[in-house]
Design a binder for this molecule. Sequence first.
Ligand SMILES: C[S@@+](CC[C@H](N)C(=O)[O-])C[C@H]1O[C@@H](n2cnc3c(N)ncnc32)[C@H](O)[C@@H]1O
Length: 542
Amino acid sequence: MGTSHRRFSSVRVVGMATMKEREKTRFELQERIDAAKTQAERNRLGQFPTPPKLASDIMAYAVSLLSRSLKIRFLEPGFGTGPFYSSLLRQVPPSRIEAAVGYEIDPNYAGPAEHLWKGTTLRLYVADFTTTEPPKAEAAKYNLVVCNPPYVRHHHLSQIQKRELQRSVARYLKFMMNGLGGLYTYFMVLSQAWMAKEGVGAWLIPSEFMDVNYGHRVKEFLMKRVTLSRIHRFDPNNVQFGDALVSSAVVFFKNSPPSSEHEVEFTFGGILASPTVSDSIRLADLRHISKWTGLPQGISRLVGKHNGVTLADLFTVKRGLATGCNAFFILTPEQVRQFNLPKKFLKPILPSPRDLETDEIYADENGEPQIQNRRYLLSCDLPENEVIEKYPVLWRYFEQGLEAGIDKRYLCQHREPWYSQEERKPAPFLCTYMGRPTRRSKSPFRFILNHSKATTANVYLLLYPKPDLAASLSDHPGLYRKVWKNLSSIAAETLIEEGRVYGGGLHKLEPKELANVPADSILKVFSDGGKFKMRGQMELFA
Ligand SMILES: C[S@@+](CC[C@H](N)C(=O)[O-])C[C@H]1O[C@@H](n2cnc3c(N)ncnc32)[C@H](O)[C@@H]1O
C-alpha cells in the first residue's frame, strides 16, 4: 500500500459517544459538506452519499456472506464520511475488526471524517484509490470491500486518465476494460486486486451496466473472474439518490472462481432484505442473456426464448429521422410564416410526444395532421447555387444556419447538401422511443395511430406494415384501429423487458428491441371468428 500519501491515523480509544450517536453526527457532517459544494463540484468527483438505511442493509447482507468465525479486514474506497464503516461498527463487535481502511480523494471529506472516527481502527488515506498500488501479500488484503464508488461518466474522464485506468486493470488483473465505462466500473474491477481469497465485495452502482454495450466487460468480469452471488436492482421509479438521477443496483460477489454449477440470485424492488421479486439463474444460462435488467422477472422468457411471432414478422421498425438540429429544421407554422419559407420544402412532422395531445391522429383533406401543435420539417435537396438563385428567401434562412454553425454539426456535415434530410415515409403506427411510466399509464411507451402524412423525428419509432399485413390492412381498413388497439394493449412489462432503463426510471426502446416484442395477440385479430384472413404466408401463423 502506498505510504507516500498523507494518512490520518487513529489510535484505539473507547469513544465517548455511542456508535449510534456517531452515525447521527456523521450524517449531519455529510449533509453540511455536501451543501457547501456546488452541484458541478460534486458531479466531478461523483459525490453522492449512500442513504444511511441503505448502507446498513448492504452491510448486513455483505457481512452475512462472510464466515462468522472470520476476523474482518475492511476496505471502503471512495470513503466520503464512511457510511459503510459506520454500519460495520454498529453491526459487529470491535474485536472482530482486525483492520479497516478507507481511501478518499477529497480532503474536504477526509479531514472531518478522520476526526469523526478517531479512536476506532480506521486508517484513512487521502489518495486516489485507482492509482494506489494494491497490497501484495495475501495477509495484507481485505476480506470485506464495501463501496459506493463515484459515478463519473467516461466522457468526464480525460483520455490520459482512461488510459491509465485501463493500464492499471490490465497490469493488476490482466483484464481489458471497455473505454466507455464510467469510473465506477474501474473501481469495482480494480478492487479485486485488493481482495483476499474468498473475500466479499458489495458494490452500490448504477444498473446501466446490466444492459448497455460498455457493460459487457463488467459482466464478463462478474461471470468469469469472481463468483457473482447476487444482484439486487432497485425499482427505478424509486430513485435511491434524490440528487443523482441513477437507477441503482447492488452487486455482491466473492473473490473466487465460480463453480460450473453456480447460480446467481437476481432480486428486484422493495428492500434488500425483502425484495419484491427474486429468482436464481445458473451462471451457464446467464451467459446467454445480454440484458440483465430483465431479471429476475423475465428469466423463463429470456432463457426459454419466445418462439412465436414477433413484431419483426409484421412490421419493419425504424427510428424517426435525426435532423442534426431540431430547433433549426423543425418549425412551427408561425416560424414558417415569419421566414416566409417556400411550402415546397416543408413536410408535416409530428411534434415531440410531450406536445402530442392525442394517440390517434386524424388527417385533413390534404393529409395534414389535425393536431394542435403542428410542425414542419424543412428539407431541400437543391445545391446551394440553385437555392441562392431560385429561392433567395430560403437561402437567407440557411445563412442563419451557417452563421450558427449548424452546417458543421456532425449529422449535417455528413449530408449533401447539409440542409437535406433523410427520407422517412409516414408510418401508420408509431411508438414513442422513450418515456417514464406515469400515474395515468403503467407503460412508459405510447402507440399512436397515424392517419396523416406526417413523418416523425427520432423521438418516435415507425412501424411500417410488411407486405402481407399491408395488403390485409388495405383490404380491410377497419383493421388499422384493431391492430393499433392490440399494440396498445401489449403489457408494459413486455416492452420494458425488451428495452433498457436509464436513471430516474427513463425507459428506451431501440427499433430492434421493439421488433423483438411478441406479436401473437396482433395475429389473433386476423384469426378471431375467421372474419379477417391474413394474406400470404402470415396465414400460417394466424
Ligand atoms: C458516491 S461517493 C460515496 C461516498 C461514501 N462512501 C458513501 O457511500 O456515502 C464517492 C466518493 O468517492 C470519492 N472519490 C472520487 N474519486 C475518487 C478516487 N479516485 N479515489 C478515492 N476517492 C474518490 C468522492 O470524493 C466521494 O466521496
